[in-house]
Design a protein around this ligand. Structure first.
Ligand code: AMP
Length: 396
């Protein structure tokens, strides 16, 4: 796996695909700089070697048309402050404006190209567009994990114009190593905690990770499809009746593969999907009609705790309750605390995929786990066992 450390950028132009798809407020100020902060080490390495950096990214969904609201020019000042160099800006990512700006770029300088998605060809993975982009650098560096699952021109196709001179930036390399640590090289016992709303959205992940983990903790809305399939009463809880057979099949597969599955045994049930609803703790398979399970109960959390504290490698995807409502957030917070404790005792913990990161950030666990993935969709596809095109293009 070639990373940026395998190259010396002295006198070279690095063409770096970054993920600067940052949130902007009504005055076009950047409201969360995490993605720019995350790209900083890669950009600094190029500059410290004595090279220059040409940065390319998308911002928002302009759908192939130039749109001033989604211009990357809005973020130039913020990027300059974070990198510590006054960056230059090209008003187009291809064509005369870009070519000229690239030609004038000196060692030690940074150029940001305008939004790639102002051109339809980016998302279409157009080869001649990718070739035009490739002219902007001597070495191609992909540091955008968030788009690594897309075969776009700047994330995948462009790599073929750099048969020898292509590599992963620090951020993307870190993501790949973190995923490998869970899926391939993790110290046992390996535990996956899967929560969230539906079995249907997690099924491919479950099937893939049954070959990698020792323990599978299932929580959240997914629980009730399993419980009902086993003959339990789930009241008005979220349940996918058409996935009940699949749930039983998963349990059978897990048994055959020697994976221990831990489902909730008690839940906090509510008489309405509402923070102020009446609540009671009930056995997970005896939820009265008119009530729905919205969080894990104390007996369940005790079981989850024992499994998590005994784990050496932990993957967490999805909340174990409706964490957006304070009344039903306690289970998710407790799971975060157990993972924190296990991590402090030496376990490797990875959180990511979909909206998991939002839950983790909301409760301040992002500093307590070993690694928080930056790519929602890209992480989910990695957990599903798919080879991401952006990663394959560098390894090719
Ligand atoms: P996902 O994006 O699949 O990880 O699902 C996350 C969503 O699942 C969150 O918005 C939670 O509110 C929701 N969720 C978790 N537990 C439950 C539950 N018991 N009933 C309904 N929704 C739930």
């Amino acid at each position: 796996m070639k990373t940026i450390d395998d190259f010396n950028f002295e006198g070279k132009k690095a063409l770096i695909r970054v993920d600067f798809n940052v949130p902007l407020d009504g005055d076009f100020n950047v409201t969360d700089t995490s993605r720019i902060d995350a790209a900083k080490p890669t950009i600094l390495k190029v500059l410290e070697d004595g090279g220059s950096a040409v940065l390319m990214s998308h911002l928002g969904r302009p759908k192939g048309k130039a749109n001033p609201d989604m211009s990357l020019s809005h973020i130039c000042e913020t990027v300059s402050e974070i990198i510590g160099v006054q960056i230059k800006f090209a008003e187009n990512c291809v064509g005369a404006a870009a070519d000229e700006a690239v030609a004038n770029l000196q060692d030690g300088e940074v150029l940001l190209l305008e939004n790639l998605r102002f051109h339809d060809e980016e998302e279409a993975g157009d080869e001649s567009f990718a070739e035009a982009l490739s002219k902007h650098g001597d070495i191609y560096v992909n540091d955008a994990f968030g788009t690594a699952h897309r075969a776009h021109a700047s994330t995948t196709i462009v790599a073929k114009f750099f048969p020898e001179n292509k590599c992963f930036g620090y951020l993307l390399a870190k993501e790949i190593k973190a995923i490998d640590k869970v899926m391939q090289t993790g110290e046992k016992p390996v535990t996956a905690i899967l929560g969230g709303a539906k079995v249907s959205s997690k099924i491919t992940i479950i099937e893939n990770i049954l070959d990698k983990v020792d323990n599978l903790i299932v929580g959240g809305g997914m629980t009730y499809t399993f419980i009902k399939a086993q003959g339990g009463k789930v009241g008005d809880s979220i349940c996918e009746d058409d996935k009940m057979e699949l749930a039983l099949e998963i349990l059978k597969q897990a048994e055959a593969k020697n994976v221990k599955v831990y489902l909730p045994v008690d839940v906090l049930a509510a008489d309405d999907f509402n923070n102020a609803a009446n609540t009671q703790f009930v056995d997970v398979d005896k939820i009265p009609d008119g009530w729905q399970g919205l969080d894990a109960g104390p007996k369940t959390l005790e079981i989850f705790k024992q499994v998590i504290l005994a784990s050496k490698t932990i993957l967490w995807n999805g909340p174990v309750g409706v964490f957006e409502m304070e009344s039903f957030a306690k289970g998710t917070i407790a799971v975060g605390n157990y993972i924190d404790e296990a991590t402090q005792a030496g376990a490797f913990s990875l959180v990511g995929g979909g909206d998991s990161v939002a839950a983790v950030k909301q409760f301040g666990f992002d500093d307590k786990v070993s690694y928080v993935s930056t790519g929602g969709g890209a992480m989910l596809e990695s957990l599903e066992g798919k080879t991401l095109p952006g990663i394959a293009a560098i390894l090719d």
